[in-house]
Design a protein around this ligand. Sequence first.
Ligand code: ZN
Ligand code: ZN
Length: 860
Amino acid sequence: MPLFCDVALAVPLDMVFTYAIPPGMEPVVGGRVLVPFRQQRLSGIVVELHDRPRQVVTSQIKASQINASQIKIKNVIEALDLSPVLDERLLKLGKWIADYYLAPVGEVFRTMLPLSAEFKRSVAYRITDQGRMALHLAGMSGSPARSKRTADEQLVEFRVLDHLAERESVREERLRGATRVGRALLSGMARKKWIAREDVSAARDAARVVKVAVLLAAEERAEASPPLDPSTSLRSGSRGTRPHTSTAKKLNQNQLTLVETLAAAGGRLPVEALRGLDVPRTSLGTLVRRGLIELVDEAQDFTDSGVKLSKLKPRQSPLEFEFSAAQKDALTKIGEAVASRKFAGLLLHGITGSGKTAVYLACMRQVLDAGRSSILLVPEIGLTPAVAADLHQVFGDEVAILHSGLSAAERAEQWHRIRRGEARVVAGTRSAVFAPVGDLALIIVDEEQDSSYKQEETPRYHARDVAVMRAKMAGAVVVLGSATPSLESYYNAKKNKYALVELPDRVEMRPLPEVEIVDMRQEFQETGQEQVISRKLAEEIRERLARKEQVMVLLNRRGYSPVVLCRTCGKALQCKNCAVSMTHHKRERKMECHYCGHVERIPEKCAHCGSEYVYFVGTGSEKLEELLHGMFPQARIGRLDRDTVRGREDFEHALNALNEGALDMLVGTQMIAKGHDIHGVTLVGVIGADMALELPDFRAAERTFQLLTQVAGRAGRGQTPGKVVLQTYFQDHYAVQFAARHDFAGFYEKELQFRAWMHYPPYSAIANVLIRSEKLDEALTWSGELGRWFEKTRHEGIRVLGPAAAPITRLKRDYRYHFILKSPSREKMNALLRAMLAEAAARKIPRTQVIVDVDAVWLM
Ligand SMILES: [Zn+2]
Ligand SMILES: [Zn+2]
């Protein structure tokens, strides 16, 4: 056994840590170990076993900062896994993510393993030498307390010390249970240094528990069965509730089978394994009652295949797909790529309503029939109960569905199911890309342009790009699907990095909806007032309602009014944590910050000058619903946004109501734009979907085009052709014009020109470096220091913009400054970023306050 191991810990430091392996312990690469770290015990992933007695120093920390010879290498406390939880390929993928996104590798591994329920830290106490001394002195001299109150307190303290003196370390809950003391008293004792507090990994406690049947030793059995008289059975009565009458019976055939099987297996087997014996469950119960067998809870060893049950139930797909020629062609191309067992990337560009989902399911079915695995990634909003039901229908028990509604424990359970090979089809949001499937053949990324694939916290990975890399490493096929592919993916397809597969028509050759643009500036001139709903849209809605057809209206802003202004001093009510306006929510009678969630009462006076003349400006989806109710009092109107949708079920509920005709109109934010297939909708009204065009974000045009195309795609999916009324203040903008003409290629060419001129992706790699601090002067000093460092560092071929105040200058209490880096060479850019992090570390800027966002999606 090697003498040392390097461990990746989930701490914000760009390095791994070396620990010594005590004799007899056998940690494995890719397995978890429990190690001491500062004052805590942490679990981490072993990345290497070796014989070098030196702390590893990565390039991001200058060698001078760590004097290797002074560091005393500590021992591993415990090896938690007998076999890797991250296999070789996932380890490699994790290291690639750490390198590409400049994220601490331990934090990457934590993200990849949904085992937080097993990782959970808890607090334990142990007695210190001072504590032992205090206990010893008290034992010699009795209580030296001066008052009754302190005497009582000391008695309790000694009870705690006494309890701890006998034991290594006791978890807080157990200690408090055993000694009946409060948390405050324990904290007080820790301050006196009588006891020491430590964080422990609860890995062992939370590990899955299995029931194991243990055949009791022969002498115990002899004692227990068959009993000669009632007194014998009383002697072993501690074992349980054995009724006297039944004990004299001989074993029947079923019971004998159980006993013999257990004996042959060395006396113990998981109960689950005995179930395969075709013996009634009651037989085991009887043997337990008779004291022949004992059932014990054991932490499941995940490598133990004894529990593995084959649940292979091949099912015929209940969905009869009637494929168009284009769908068949797509299916063939993907099938051929999968069969070649080599990496291939395909971009499936299918217009809205062209039947992409059917193609996905059919491909995954083929993969499963070949005995291999597939992963389907969907955007956060895309995984509705209906989609889950479809997946269950097609794949039965073979599908594991990972969605945000799962608890940590459920997530861990799904993870183990996938790892044991019980589920070879995985569907889920972002982190499902890390599912530990074996023999991966296919990864599908649905709506690949969706921004929910980008994680906005460390590690800031993009699941689509990780999917491509994982497929590459596994020799698998990746399919990126979209009606509105991202510029990056379409560019890659045009450059032949991906094969482009197109579904150019709607199913059954249904036409795309006609789009009519309403210029809202002209509307203002003609009506003399600011309108929310134009005369044209109102008229079209009235017609549809009269014909009993359905309408969707999109306004991509929730709440009642987005701004509260003071007439006297002109100031807006801002969030106390963020430099953004608070939004008025009328029904819930509150003001809410949509960035940090801070809530305040509705102001009666201006917070700045005390004036009573405050007024509410602008329209959100809540107010839009109210306006439409006023205009069409007969219509049944539903609303879909994050205020009305608390969970996946609410979302489904509203869509079902529309589908079943219980609603005439559905109002909402971009939630209504995504992927629903509701045949009765013949009119889509779009209000203020172009607001994004005003934001200082180079992706604004792309996002607007995508949103307009997606929402327009909701119209006319049934027999009646659809229509879209698009209200805009930017009617000449190319994003609006191309969306109105359903012209993806035209938009793509135009936008690509802009990206080329401005050195933005796909022509340049981009990174956003954010410096943040709750103290303004710190944020300013740090960004200034790094700005000067960037200035004097040679970095050919890299543009560095900044430091500048971020568009949202303060967010969640942090003041924010940023740099934007652009370079055609990703290698050079990442090298510079790595040097910058080393500089920041040398200047003692905390790693958590310097955020490096490679391929940033959100630049605000
Ligand atoms: Zn005021
Ligand atoms: Zn806020």
